[in-house]
Design a protein around this ligand. Sequence first.
Ligand SMILES: [Zn+2]
Ligand SMILES: [Zn+2]
Length: 250
Amino acid sequence: MTLIVGVRYLLASGGFALATRIRHPGLYRGLDGQMRREIAWSLASAAIYGVPAGIVAWGWQNRGWTRIYTDAAAFPLWYLPFSLLLYLFAHDTWFYWTHRWMHRPGPFRIAHAVHHASRPPTAWAAMSFHPWEALTGAVVIPALVFAIPIHVAVLALVLTIMTVMGVTNHMGWEIFPRFIHGGPLGRWLITASHHQRHHAEYRCNYGLYFRFWDRLCGTDKGLGRFDLAPGGGGRGAAGAAGGDGPAGIA
Ligand SMILES: [Zn+2]
Ligand SMILES: [Zn+2]
């Protein structure tokens, strides 16, 4: 399972890093050393993510553990999209609160500083976590499959969304069309422009997929601008994310 997670990371981050080279050549110029560190931390995280995932996958196959099901008719059809949203919301909730906690001085120094050493992050930073932080992330989905029924295909979709958003949110530019991050959907969904601001300012925008908790708790500062990234002189070529309606940056 560690091998699968590692290869998945290399393919996803490598693919989007390649897209970055084509779309915004030079965006990662001067970041070679940082990217090597991001890859090393990410592969260590992949090893950690693989352990609970491997145990649970084994238990599901051999011992009938978990509430993963394969017969799509076992629950009403509406449950398929509902379970997808439920998993994303549960993961987002766990991430928001553990992430906020890791911004307290002690946990930050011990666990979260590694992730913020990426200034600015690149597509390779998706899993660039200290092992302590990787551990907090690695247990979420393996724990949820014991509590909330999910079709195996929906679970695959959850993992795909997790991987793609993890990479694209750190990529340094917006891959989604403007109507998504600049429109009504973007007021609730997190894409690169939102997470970029977390990496630039630290004490805001803690969420993973949704802006729900940030908005509710007053930690949402709106979208960031890529040309304001630390050390990012000239990165305006990546395209500024712009404002965010009434809640936007001035
Ligand atoms: Zn990040
Ligand atoms: Zn953080």
